[in-house]
Write a protein that binds this ligand. Structure first.
Ligand code: NAD
Length: 228
C-alpha cells in the first residue's frame, strides 16, 4: 500500500466549529498566546490556563468531526494513512483514523509538572488547581506550549521520510518545528496543500487546493485515487 503522510493544523477542525488562532488577530479564543500557551503564562496564572483548557476540552467534546476528517479516515481503505496533527483535539480519532501522532499534545490528557513521563487520561473531566499526579505534583494540561520542546518531532520527521505522498491540511506553516516537516519528505513525491489561504513562500512542488478542508479533501481524494 502507498503511504500517505498527512500534516494537519487548526484549519482542519475549523469546519467543526473550533477556532483557528491566526484567523483572529493572533489571539486564541480571545486570549494572548503567551498568557495561555507558554510556561510563562502558566507560572503567572495557572488558574487562567487551567480554565482556558477546561473550556477548550468542553467545546471539543461538544463538536463533531467534519467531512474532511471523515475523508481522511475513508482513505485508509486505499492508503496506509499516517496523520501528524498539530491539533490538540481528538476529531481525527473520532472520525475513525487509526494512526494519529499528536505533535502538540492532547486536550484529553494531563501530565505531571514534576515528571513529564507521567501522562494520565482525563477524557472530558476538568483539570483544576490541586489535582495531583500519583507522585503528588500538580497536574497540567498535556499540551506543548510555545517555547517548549516538541518531543514527537523526531518520530514525525522519520515518518515523513517514508512518505509516498504528502498532504498538508489547514495550517499556516508558521509554527516551527512542525512547519519544517515538509523538508523531511522524499524529493519528487506528490505533495498537496488544502488551505483557503495558501501560506506564503511554499515550494513550487506543492499542488495548492485553495479550499476549505471538506471541499478541498473531496478534490484531493479524487486526485489520490488516480495515483493508484
Ligand atoms: P493556525 O491557526 O496558525 O492556521 C490555521 C490555518 O487554517 C490557516 O492557514 C487558515 O488559512 C487555515 N484554515 C482556516 N479555515 C480553514 C478551513 N475551513 N479548511 C482548511 N484550512 C482552513 O494553525 P496552525 O498552523 O495549526 O498552528 C496553530 C497552533 O495552535 C497549533 O500548533 C495547535 O496546537 C494550536 N491550535 C489547535 C487547535 C485545535 O486543536 N483544533 C485550534 C487552534 C489552535
Amino acid at each position: 500500500m502507498m503511504r500517505l503522510v498527512v500534516l494537519t493544523g487548526a484549519g482542519m477542525s475549523a469546519e467543526s466549529g473550533i477556532a483557528t488562532f491566526r484567523g483572529s488577530d493572533g489571539l486564541w479564543e480571545n486570549h494572548r498566546i503567551v498568557d495561555v500557551a507558554s510556561p510563562e503564562g502558566w507560572a503567572k496564572n495557572p488558574h487562567l490556563v487551567l480554565d482556558f483548557y477546561n473550556q477548550r476540552r468542553k467545546r471539543i467534546l461538544e463538536v463533531a468531526p467534519n467531512r474532511g476528517h471523515e475523508i481522511l479516515a475513508e482513505l485508509e481503505e486505499h492508503f496506509d494513512v499516517q496523520i501528524i496533527t498539530q491539533n490538540i483535539d481528538n476529531l481525527h480519532e473520532r472520525a475513525g483514523s487509526k494512526n494519529v501522532m499528536h505533535l502538540h499534545g492532547e486536550i484529553t490528557k494531563a501530565r505531571s509538572t514534576s515528571d513529564a513521563s507521567i501522562v494520565l487520561d482525563i477524557d472530558g473531566s476538568e483539570l483544576n488547581w490541586g489535582d495531583l499526579c500519583p507522585e503528588g505534583s500538580q497536574l497540567r494540561p498535556h499540551i506543548v506550549w510555545f517555547g517548549e520542546e516538541v518531543p514527537m518531532i523526531q518520530p514525525a520527521a522519520e515518518l515523513c521520510t517514508t512518505a509516498d505522498v504528502f498532504l498538508i491540511v489547514g495550517t499556516s506553516l508558521q509554527v516551527y518545528p512542525a512547519a519544517g516537516l515538509i523538508h523531511s519528505t522524499p524529493l519528487g513525491i506528490p505533495q498537496y496543500i488544502v488551505d483557503p489561504n495558501t501560506p506564503a513562500g511554499i515550494s513550487g512542488q506543492l499542488q495548492v487546493i485553495a479550499k476549505g478542508a471538506s471541499e478541498g479533501l473531496e478534490e484531493v481524494k479524487e486526485k489520490l485515487l488516480r495515483l493508484l
